[in-house]
Write a protein that binds this ligand. Structure first.
Ligand SMILES: O=C(O)[C@H](O)COP(=O)(O)O
Ligand SMILES: [Mn+2]
Ligand SMILES: [Mn+2]
Length: 546
């Protein structure tokens, strides 16, 4: 059990954690949609309330190195668990480096399955080195290993990124990769990219937001339906010509064909590896492959394949059963322990981030702990630059209703705007996104105060804080030849704020800027705010009681 804190009995009302997704602290105001936004409520918070910065990228959230940006999965894992675990990106890289992945049963079954069938392994996944969902080096290692183990044919189904990497960088990955495959394709081994498309157009939907995306992906990868090209380099060039101005993540599907015949349709007896390590956008396509009674769309044909995920994407649902690398075993999360202490918890976001405040928050667990209530506000299914306010107002309504119900001691929500609109690369829309969050806070904070509660306002990583690519050398916003800035769609390496909104303790509470403070400091801080010591496993609290 968590011990009572001797110095402080806890705040009278609820403790609310507000995650402003994608809200980092920029190094320069140039290119910061946050700096450009009109945001009186946030400005007042930073002027009047205790606030510190938290590390939200790299090793502070379990990524392999400090060159890795943060992301929602590792960020919400760290916030909810109060601890830092080596995450998928690091676990897979290590398993490849020491060969454990090849010795594992799952990889061996993939190879054996393919050999017993037509000799084909398909790799489907995000074609990127963003290290958020996948890394192209992992794919390279698997293709080379498949050849070394005598597999005859490899087909790659490449989801173009432009969201965790620069927005029109696809050819920087596709061209060298097709050369790599051609070089490897000797001695009867044949490896080619067989299909693909933009990751936000096919296959990689999440949280049941838009199954039509997954259906388009299925038709492309499995059935081989879509516009045909001779190779992926030609496909990217051809699609860009046909859809000028469309960035990589939104490009339509393509199929590689020889003489009108798709080269990589998926059939009975093939092996399929979904090589993303992150779960949220891997679950739906995995279900389409492994569920016998799948009913989200008509698969037309459901080939009987040996299927593996890079990781297991949902431990509760055992999805999928076969996986190449074991996911981090996240234990003793704050959700679990607050539940054990009998505290009622309320979690809310819109569809796009709903799993972030539930599944990721609770250590990649899809079931609720006792005393938890989850509320999902359905997201719009539109390009978010067209509706940058997203569902900030509706989430606020739900939070205020939950506060006024008096039922909850702990509440948490995620405002998706800064991140989802930040990913579009549209600066103007991103400033409106930040303004929508500011308006939401203007209503939510008084309701928290009225309930006798306090709030921690924070973020899981940056995004809207840097809407222009930085020059690799100068670290200043990079300019095109015509003087315009290069739009940036990815997350940032910047720290995030932690603000304490407290109008109920008469100024007894403060925050301390520990050098090591990161997202994993939040769980212990929340525990202190409700009057408990932290759990032994959680990182230090940053709360100061005066
Ligand atoms: O999946 C995405 O949208 C991006 O790759 C990462 O964004 P998130 O980590 O904020 O979800
Ligand atoms: Mn996020
Ligand atoms: Mn994001």
């Amino acid at each position: 059990m968590l011990q009572k804190l001797s110095a402080f009995p806890g705040v009278p009302g609820p403790v609310v954690v507000i995650v402003m997704d994608g809200y980092g602290i920029p190094k320069t105001d140039v290119g910061s949609a946050i700096a450009a936004a009109r945001k009186p409520t946030l400005d007042a918070l930073f002027a009047e309330c205790p606030h510190i910065t938290l590390r939200a990228h790299g090793t502070a959230v379990g990524m392999p190195s400090d060159d890795d940006m943060g992301n929602s999965e590792v960020g919400h894992n760290a916030i909810g668990a109060g601890q830092v675990y080596a995450q998928g990106a690091a676990l897979v890289a290590n398993a490849i480096a020491d060969g454990a992945i090849w010795a594992g049963e799952a990889w061996q079954q993939i190879v054996a399955g393919a050999k017993a069938g037509r000799g084909v392994i398909h790799f489907i996944g995000l074609f990127s080195d963003g290290n958020v969902h996948s890394h192209i080096d992992h794919l390279k290692a698997m293709v080379a290993q498949a050849k070394a183990e005598g597999v005859k044919t490899v087909r790659i189904h490449a989801l173009l990124d432009g969201r965790d990497v620069p927005e029109t960088s696809a050819l920087e990955y596709v061209v060298p990769f097709e050369a790599f495959l051609a070089e490897l394709s000797t001695d009867g081994f044949d490896a080619r990219i067989a299909s693909g498309g933009g990751r936000q157009y096919i296959t990689m939907d999440r949280y049941d937001a838009n199954w039509a995306m997954v259906e388009r992906g299925w038709k492309t990868h499995v059935l081989g339906e879509g516009p045909q090209f001779a190779n992926a380099t030609e496909a990217v060039k051809g699609l860009r010509e046909k859809h000028p101005g469309t960035i990589d993540q939104d490009l339509p599907e393509f199929v590689i064909a020889d003489a009108g015949q798709p080269i990589g349709t998926i059939h009975d007896g093939d092996s399929v590896v979904f090589y993303n390590f992150r779960g949220d956008r891997a679950i739906e396509i995995t279900r389409a492959f492994v569920e016998a009674d799948f009913d989200k769309f008509d698969r037309v044909r459901a080939p009987n394949v040996t299927y593996a995920g890079m990781l297991q994407y949902d431990g509760d649902l055992q999805l999928p059963k076969r996986f190449l690398v074991a996911p981090p075993a996240i234990k003793d999360t704050s959700g679990e322990w607050f539940s054990k202490m009998g505290l009622a918890q309320f979690a809310c976001s819109e569809t796009q981030k709903f799993g972030h405040v539930t599944y990721f928050w609770n250590g990649n667990r899809s079931g609720k702990f006792d005393g938890e209530t989850w509320q999902e506000v359905p997201s719009d299914v539109v390009p978010f630059e067209q509706r940058p306010w997203m569902k900030a107002a509706e989430i606020t309504d739900a939070m205020i209703a939950a506060l006024q119900s008096g039922q909850y001691k702990l509440l948490r929500c995620n405002f998706a705007n800064g991140d989802m609109v930040g990913h579009t690369g549209n600066f103007r829309a991103a400033t409106m996104a930040v303004e929508a969050v500011d308006l939401a806070l203007a209503r939510l904070l008084p309701a928290i105060q009225a309930a006798g509660g306090v709030a921690l306002i924070t973020a899981d990583h940056g995004n809207a804080d840097e809407m222009f690519e930085l020059d690799k050398k100068t670290k200043q916003p990079a300019q095109n030849k015509d003087g315009s800035f290069k739009a940036k769609t990815a997350h940032t390496l910047n720290p995030v704020p932690l603000v304490l909104f407290d109008k109920v303790t008469g100024g007894r509470l403060d925050l301390r800027q520990l050098e090591t403070a990161g997202l994993s400091s939040i769980a212990a801080t929340v525990a202190n705010l409700v009057g408990f010591e932290k759990h032994d496993k959680w990182d230090e609290s940053v709360l100061v009681v005066k």
